[in-house]
Ligand binder design. Structure first.
Ligand code: ZN
Length: 317
């Protein structure tokens, strides 16, 4: 396994190869940024250095980068050119080619740039890099690691090719803040799917399994149509009839629950997670004695066929 401990050895190799101080500094800086000197990162250092030279640019200019892979190369671009995902000057497009593009700032819809890529023909001179790069089973990820890094530092930019390109630029979007009607969180209008954020519209990357530190639906949010009947209800009893699978059958098994208070909103709440739907009144008496003052937040976190559901009961503090 490659770790930062290998850096002194790499510095020795770079010294022996007569690499420039800029490359040596970049290899060290990028390795710390990336957390270890990965093979793809070292290639990314040479790619970025080459692209800067071809563009006749310096790292302190306002540059824009694209990486066609999420593997390693974006970190070299970020650490050397300060194009980052966060400052919106780096895009990672999951094409899968080991290539980067660099260009300057432009107010026009197009700008000249340079694209640098790993050239498979040139790789053939370097059997270890070729085997690793093509994910050949013959490559030994343990024994060959240091020799691979040495081969990459030896090869430098000789395994790279470039092309001059025209890059299309994106005009800065004007946007309004809108509130998702289901989760109550804000999003830019151009990312909304109807009146929902993409997550509530179905693009889940998580489902909640434990604590929730705030009430799910702030006062300014409106419940979505799908859950509005439950949310608008101010009485547990009137809502129970609308919750399928009620009656305390074994299907309605509570997996976890959390009691929490939110003094800002003057509510305390219980978050239940269950397999399938749950019947609020079974639990309300135990935790929220004055059920007439309770209301129910939307059933949230229901994940398709996984049959998980969450429910929040709220009451004045
Ligand atoms: Zn939402």
């Amino acid at each position: 396994m490659i770790t930062l401990d290998i850096l002194p050895k790499l510095e020795e190799i770079m010294e022996k190869q007569g690499l420039s101080p800029a490359i040596k500094d970049s290899v060290i800086k990028c390795s710390h940024f990336h957390s270890f000197p990965a093979p793809g990162l070292l290639i990314g250092v040479f790619m970025t250095d080459y692209a800067l030279e071809l563009l006749k640019a310096t790292p302190d200019e306002r540059l824009y980068g694209v990486s066609e892979t999420h593997k390693c190369a974006p970190d070299a671009l970020q650490a050397i050119t300060h194009c980052t995902v966060g400052n919106n000057r780096l895009k990672v497009i999951p094409i899968g080619r080991f290539a980067i593009t660099l260009n300057r700032k432009s107010w026009d819809p197009e700008i000249e740039g340079v694209r640098v890529f790993v050239d498979l023909d040139k790789l053939k001179k370097y059997p270890l890099i070729y085997a690793w790069f093509t994910n050949d089973p013959s490559f030994d990820h343990h024994g060959d690691s240091l020799p691979l890094l040495e081969e990459i530092l030896t090869a430098g930019r000789t395994i790279l090719s470039f092309e001059d390109v025209i890059v299309t630029t994106e005009a800065k979007k004007k946007w309004k803040s809108v509130i998702c009607t289901q989760c109550g969180e804000t999003i830019p209008d151009y990312l909304a799917s109807g009146d929902l954020c993409m997550s509530c519209a179905g693009t889940h990357y998580y489902f909640r399994i434990g604590r929730l530190s705030a009430l799910a639906a702030p006062k300014h949010s409106r419940p979505s149509r799908a859950v509005s009947a439950a949310t608008r209800s101010t009485s547990l009893r009137s809502t129970c009839g609308r919750v399928r699978g009620g009656g305390g059958t074994p299907d309605n098994q509570i997996l976890t629950h959390n009691l929490f208070e939110n003094h800002t909103n003057q509510r305390r709440a219980i978050l239940f997670h269950s397999k399938g739907f749950i019947l609020p009144s079974l639990f309300a008496n135990k935790f929220l004695p004055d059920e007439s003052q309770c209301f129910i937040q939307p059933i949230i976190g229901y994940v398709g066929s996984a049959q998980f559901a969450s429910l929040i009961l709220c009451a004045p503090v």
